[in-house]
Every structure is written in structure tokens, then in C-alpha cells.
Design a binder for this molecule. Structure first.
Ligand SMILES: NC(=O)c1ccc[n+]([C@@H]2O[C@H](COP(=O)([O-])OP(=O)(O)OC[C@H]3O[C@@H](n4cnc5c(N)ncnc54)[C@H](O)[C@@H]3O)[C@@H](O)[C@H]2O)c1
Length: 336
């Protein structure tokens, strides 16, 4: 479409307020409407941005004058709100994970296709410059293809509220904060061929895992090891990534590690030819990666480029995590 894209944001909690700020900052977009059950969140955003406020998602979808909607609510509700928003003829971007199952993602992809609207998920860590650097260094052959990609996640204390309820998250840590590890790994290493997992819950959908060890095997060679757990001391947020290749070891101390002030290391370090050096990448904080994800959505609506994570891409990551749950339950390697 041409002209300014009018955007509505549903859910103004931990991430939704940053999505709203991202709309305000995005060239070619205006924040036209916001919705939240929480009166305080709603009124402060309305006051600061001048957007129209709605007490519920349904009201915004029914009444707001918007071309596009960004959905930032607990996972279980993604399907219902995205379904309604797409059916009403709006482009939709939803926070990760797109849905809690592949079947739900398929339904939304089909509605978006019928309506001719853009649909995708906000995979904000795709916009973190060190992740982009590593992806491009591998794809352009500036770095030998990693044999092992190590992706860590150690969080000091279990995230509470709805995130502790598997019925609302769709599972445990891997369906929540751990989800970023999967799409970042796939963006760097390409398509996943098989997964093997060991979790601390027999029934991750029902109980929600707190610890997970996962091996991803890639179609073009190499493996990723995801090591995620809640049981670190208070103050820890380790989301570091290391790529081990024949000619270098690349270390990214972590997007959220910096945001949570757990790490003060440079954003990207390389050990090559016997010495460590810092690679020069723009320093971008976590909220800016969310804003860049919003800008990508707006650009795609305006015909300037493609969504970084369209429905099919977002669905594939859910499929991989579903395979992880199956692998752990059945105690075997799953080819996907
Ligand atoms: N990309 C990231 O780094 C990141 C970080 C945090 C959360 N998230 C994702 O964002 C989504 C939301 O998580 P959060 O932590 O912001 O949750 P949150 O609980 O902080 O905020 C959700 C907000 O949505 C509102 N809400 C829920 N249903 C509503 C409805 N029907 N109508 C109006 N308001 C409604 C709630 O009142 C709440 O304020 C999840 O998918 C989560 O995984 C992503």
C-alpha cells in the first residue's frame, strides 16, 4: 500500500509498549490505536502518543481505523486475536511464538492468504547486529561453516505470572524465552534436519519444562546445542552464543545479557590466528531490535522488502519446538 500505515497495538505489557514505541518511530507509520485491559498501561500510552485507546482487543479490532495490527499478549490468545484481526482485513504481526501449535499457525496462514494480507511474527533477535554479522559471515564464506553453534540461556529465577502457566505459554521455557534460540540458530545455520532433546519435564505441554538441552542437526552440516534453564542465581541473564568453526571462535555475549546488565563485554568477539579481537558492529539495545522488527513490518506493508519472519517461517520454528517436545517425551532423535 502507499501512504501512511495506520497501526494498532494490542497488549501494552513488557514488550507491547516497545512495539508501540517502534510504530511511533517507524517511517511511514502512525500509531493510531492501542488496547489493553490494564487501565494504567492504556491511559499512559494514550497520553504519551495520542493514539485512540480501547479497553479490549475485540473493541480495537471492531472499531479502530487501522490497516495493521500488532498482537502482544500471552501465547494462548495469539490464535483468537490474530484470527479476528486477519478476518477483519488487517495485516498482522504477532509476538513470538506465532501460535502454540503448527495446526493453529496453518489456520492463520490460510486466512491471511484468503484475505491477501501480510502475516508474520516478530522475531526481533534477527535484527541484532551481532546475529546479522554471524549469519552473513557464514553465508558469505568469511567464516568457515560452524561445526557447533552454542546457544545458551540461563535465567536467574523463574519468570512468573502467565509465563509460569503452561496452559498460557504452550509449554515451558523453550516455548517462551527459549524460542529466540531456535530462530536465531536457523537464521545462521539454515534448515534443521533433526532434533534430539532432553528436558526436565516428561510432559512439557502439561507441566512446562524449566531446563532443556537440545541438539539441532542442520541439513547443510553442523550442529547447534541449545542449553536453557531457569535455575541460575538472581541477576543472571546469559543468552550468549558462540560459533566454533575451523578458522575462528566467535563469541556474542548476548542481546538480553547486555540489556539486563549481566554482561559488560563487547558485543562481538572473535578468536582467530591466536588472538581475541572485537568486531565492529553497531551497538543496538534490545528495545531497538523490537523497533526494527516493527519497521520491517511497516516496510513490507508499503511494498519495500519482505517480512523477516513470515507465517511460514514462524510456523517452522513452532514445528521445530514441537519436535523437541516429542523427542524428549519419546527419548529419541526426530527427523523433521
Ligand atoms: N521479543 C521479546 O524479546 C519478548 C519479550 C517479552 C515478551 N515477548 C512476547 O510478547 C507477548 C506478550 O508478552 P508480555 O511479556 O509483553 O506480556 P505482558 O503480560 O507483560 O503483557 C500482555 C498485556 O496484554 C494485555 N492483554 C491480554 N489480552 C488482552 C486483550 N484481549 N485485550 C486487551 N489487552 C489484553 C494484558 O493486560 C497485558 O498488559 C508474548 O508472546 C511474549 O512471548 C517477547
Amino acid at each position: 500500500m502507499t501512504g501512511v500505515v495506520k497501526v494498532g497495538v494490542i497488549g501494552l505489557g513488557e514488550v507491547g509498549r516497545h512495539q508501540a514505541n517502534g510504530v511511533v518511530a517507524a517511517p511511514g507509520a502512525t500509531l493510531a490505536a492501542v488496547a489493553d485491559f490494564n487501565e494504567e498501561f492504556l491511559s499512559s500510552t494514550v497520553r504519551e502518543t495520542g493514539a485512540s485507546g480501547f479497553a479490549t482487543a475485540d473493541e480495537l479490532i471492531e472499531k479502530a481505523d487501522v490497516d495493521a495490527i500488532i498482537v502482544c499478549v500471552p501465547h494462548k490468545f495469539h490464535i483468537d486475536l490474530c484470527r479476528k484481526a486477519l478476518a477483519s482485513g488487517r495485516h498482522v504481526l504477532v509476538e513470538k511464538p506465532v501460535t502454540v501449535s503448527v495446526a493453529e499457525a496453518d489456520e492463520l496462514i490460510a486466512i491471511a492468504g484468503e484475505k491477501g494480507k501480510l502475516f508474520g511474527a516478530s522475531h526481533n533477535q534477527l535484527f541484532y547486529p551481532p546475529h546479522v554479522w554471524l549469519k552473513e559471515a557464514v553465508s558469505e564464506g568469511r567464516l568457515a561453516r560452524p561445526t557447533v553453534l552454542r546457544l545458551k540461556l540461563a535465567i536467574g529465577g523463574k519468570l512468573g505470572g502467565w509465563r509460569a502457566d503452561p496452559d498460557l505459554t504452550g509449554g515451558g521455557l523453550l516455548f517462551d524465552a527459549g524460542f529466540h534460540r531456535f530462530y536465531v540458530a536457523r537464521s545462521i545455520m539454515g534448515e534443521v534436519a533433526a532434533v534430539t532433546a532432553n528436558l526436565d519435564a516428561d510432559d512439557p505441554r502439561g507441566i512446562g519444562e524449566n531446563v532443556g538441552l537440545v541438539i539441532l542437526e542442520f541439513r547443510d552440516g553442523g550442529r547447534a546445542v541449545i542449553e536453557a534453564g531457569y535455575f541460575a542465581p538472581p541477576g543472571v541473564f546469559d543468552d550468549s552464543i558462540e560459533a566454533v568453526s575451523a578458522d575462528a571462535l566467535v563469541r556474542i555475549p548476548g542481546l538480553e545479557a547486555h540489556f539486563e546488565k549481566f554482561s559488560a563485554e563487547p558485543e562481538l568477539l572473535i578468536f582467530r590466528d591466536g588472538v581475541w579481537s572485537e568486531a565492529s558492529v553497531p551497538v543496538v539495545a534490545w528495545p531497538e531490535t523490537v523497533a526494527r522488527s516493527v519497521a520491517n513490518f511497516v516496510d513490507a506493508i508499503r511494498g519495500n522488502g519482505r517480512l523477516a519472519a513470515d507465517g511460514a517461517e514462524a510456523r517452522r520454528i513452532v514445528e521445530i519446538v514441537e519436535a523437541v517436545y516429542q523427542s524428549s517425551r519419546e527419548g529419541c532423535r526426530i527427523e523433521i
